[in-house]
Write a protein that binds this ligand. Structure first.
Ligand code: 3HC
Length: 648
């Protein structure tokens, strides 16, 4: 039964039990409405608690029901029943109280949460806005700017933060239900405090206007964040009934929008990505002690990601000065987090205390997994792994973070290559969500499963990739850049392509990105691999010629753009150079509109995606979309090129 209830003395205890996440499916809504009515009708009951079985309180409306004809009772009506209940209702919260789950809680008259609870309204990430009062009740409880921030970002807050904000009344650090009963006893028999009747605290209207404008700008074409913010804003001027009505209308309008359909696809794709056919029933190899070889930019970011997720880390650098530099790099990352208010000093110290620094590889001897983040050179990596394979335990997993080298070639020096895996992090590794989990030739199933389990625990998205040069991500990026370069040679200019890509929803165009990353490393690779190039394929020399002219990007003060005084500007010298190159090839330059630019880019990505599928490098089309969204800034609300072309 999805919902049941019983009486304990004068308290009615309603249980929701709808695994895996207690979503408000039809049976839950129906059961909850009946249980509420029955508990209200029972004269012995003076207060009602709503709690959930399993790992979480309600984590939202049932996403699987979206797009199907709605069936009464609707969640918004049910939430209203809770608020209107004659007897006080207490929500006893644990796990992830999200979306419709938080809306149920906001309509209750008292909220108590277990210490580890996370709360949020993530609807915008599904292309919708809260549809059961979230945008109307949250501002009444926590204030306007704070509510707008939460509904527009979809971010979660901890129980402690929720208490500070006024979103919940109590934290339980012991037995949640016992504590909820004690709280219910206090409210029993009293007139309920109904959130919908509370006034919205005064706020600075101009500041909130500016906040909403910034949210809309940052959304780059995605509708839901601005719509959620505006809906919350209306709570200040509309009576609650009207605010709720408008919120519901907007929710219903957005739930069937193209953006919401695309984002639901992304939601499902992310869950699918973790499912690997031949891993069913396989337990991941255990990982808690993690070794990281190299604490450069990449190694430092990786160490922070692991420390944040509660792993114990051993870093080995080649000498004392490099080790000190590595330590400073890691401290600097944490200092930035403290400065941004994301963590406090105590948490910084706690996380740093998880990281040990050494210069002797023997320190890796007790690690469950050792990941290298050293220079991307085959000899360097082979030397490292040859020595590691006699230092670490026989069952320890060895992992490479290589971007371009063949992991199977690296693995050839390892005793027992079945424990070898690629874990390709994207930079900055503590921030970027994507990790390519590379299935090496001899990999043991529990090692591949461990790769996925580790990325999940890191809070990242692991996508399985087969072995090929560049894996899924860099192959796609190369194809993307190739399409863009062809258009440059045929008549477009870098700033025109960047503008088209940014208007489409990417945070940055390809040439601005390249200037930021630097042109020199890929130039060196192109020179090294010149012999491997297909002579029949079209080769665009623009990047090479820019490098020959010392235009290595932002760090050189010039690249595809000029950076006089650090400020980016279009450089006529680049346009001249490109025109010269087109001329040398006998190409008559023509103009490209934004739509044509994007059509060509998407066609290039789809063609490369098809190849990745045919070669068995990518398991499914949706994985390709996820790589582009999470590694390269493809706008999630468009679903991705494979989705748009009907391939997934
Ligand atoms: N509806 C239906 N199924 C859901 C669901 C939901 N809201 N949330 C999660 N699930 C399913 C997943 O599809 C998955 O199913 P599977 O095992 O068949 O693949 C299963 O639950 C477990 O999910 P995860 O693998 O994601 O488990 P985690 O433990 O890693 O995460 C979670 C749990 C934090 C709850 C995460 O699933 C999540 O963020 N879910 C989405 C929450 C959300 O967006 N809620 C808002 C919904 S919209 C809404 O409420 C509208 C309202 O305002 C009217």
């Amino acid at each position: 039964m999805a919902v049941s209830w019983n009486r304990q003395d004068n308290i009615g205890l309603i249980w929701i039990d709808n695994p895996p996440v207690n979503a408000t499916s039809h049976a839950v809504r129906e059961g909850l409405a009946i249980a509420l009515a029955e508990a209200n009708a029972d004269v012995a009951i003076q207060a009602i608690i709503i709690a959930c079985k399993g790992k979480t309180f309600v984590a939202g409306a049932d996403v699987k029901e979206f797009g199907t004809p709605p069936r009464a009772p609707f969640l918004n009506d049910l939430v209203q029943l809770i608020e209107d209940s004659a007897k006080p209702v207490i929500a006893a919260l644990h796990g992830t109280v999200l979306g419709g789950g938080l809306e149920i809680a906001l309509a209750a008259h008292g909220r108590i949460a277990a210490l580890q609870t996370q709360l949020g309204l993530p609807e915008v990430k599904l292309g919708i806005i809260p549809g059961a009062g979230g945008t109307q009740r949250l501002p009444r409880l926590i204030g306007m700017p704070e509510a707008i921030d939460m509904v527009a970002s979809g971010k979660r807050v901890s129980a402690a933060q929720a208490l500070d904000l006024g979103m919940i009344d109590r934290i339980s650090d012991n037995d949640l239900i016992q504590d909820a009963i004690a709280f219910a006893q206090i409210l029993a028999g009293r007139e309920p405090r109904r959130t919908g009747t509370l006034p919205v605290r005064e706020f600075d209207g101009l500041a909130v206007d500016a906040q909403i404008t910034a949210i809309e700008r940052k959304a780059r074409g995605q509708i839901s964040p601005g719509a959620a913010a505006r809906s919350a804003f209306s709570a200040a001027s509309l009576p609650i009934e009207q605010g709720l009505k408008r919120e519901r209308e907007k929710f219903l309008e957005l739930v069937n929008s193209e953006q919401a359909i695309a984002l639901r696809y992304v939601f499902a794709a992310e869950r699918l990505a973790a499912k690997v056919v031949d891993l069913e029933g396989i337990s991941p190899r255990f990982v808690q002690n993690v070794g990281i070889a190299g604490a450069g930019l990449m190694g430092a970011g990786i160490a922070v990601a692991f420390a944040d997720a509660g792993y114990d880390i051993t870093i080995v650098e080649r000498d004392e000065p490099s080790m000190d530099l590595g330590r400073k790099r890691i401290e600097a990352i944490y200092d930035r987090m403290v400065k941004a208010g994301r963590i406090d000093i105590a948490l910084k110290e706690q996380r740093l205390s998880r990281i040990g620094f050494h210069i002797d590889r023997a320190a890796f001897s007790q690690c469950d997994l050792v990941l290298e983040a050293v220079f991307d050179d085959l000899d360097v990596k082979q030397e490292l792994f040859a020595s590691l394979s006699s230092i670490v335990r026989a069952d320890a997993i060895l992992a490479t973070n290589t971007s371009y080298l063949n992991p199977d070639a690296i693995a050839s020096v390892i005793m027992n290559p079945s424990r070898f895996i690629g874990l390709h992090f994207f930079s900055p590794a503590n921030i970027m969500r994507l990790v390519e989990v590379v299935r090496t030739k001899d990999i043991a199933p529990d090692v591949l499963a461990a790769g996925l389990a580790v990325t999940k625990r890191l809070g990242k998205l692991g996508i399985v990739s087969g072995v090929c040069e560049g894996f899924i991500g860099n192959r796609l990026f190369t194809a993307y850049r190739h399409q863009c370069d062809i258009m440059l040679e045929d008549g477009a200019l870098p700033h025109e392509i960047d503008a088209a890509v940014e208007a489409y929803g990417f945070p940055m165009g390809p040439y601005a990105v390249t200037d930021l990353a630097g042109l020199d490393i890929s130039w060196a690779r192109r020179k090294r691999d010149a012999g491997k190039r297909d002579p029949a394929a079209r080769y665009v020399t623009i990047a090479d010629r820019l490098c020959e002219a010392g235009r290595f990007g932002q760090k050189a003060g010039k690249g595809y753009y000029a950076y006089d005084g650090g400020k980016k500007s279009v450089d006529p010298a680049v346009a001249d150079l490109i025109a010269t190159i087109s001329n040398e090839k006998g190409i008559t330059r023509r103009s490209f509109g934004q739509d044509e630019i994007m059509t060509n880019i998407i066609a290039g990505l789809v063609a490369e995606g098809d190849k990745l599928m045919n070669e068995g490098i990518a398991m499914r089309a949706s994985d390709i979309d996820l790589v582009l969204i999470n590694g390269y800034g493809y706008p999630a609300w468009r679903g991705g090129p494979m989705f748009q072309s009907g391939r997934s």
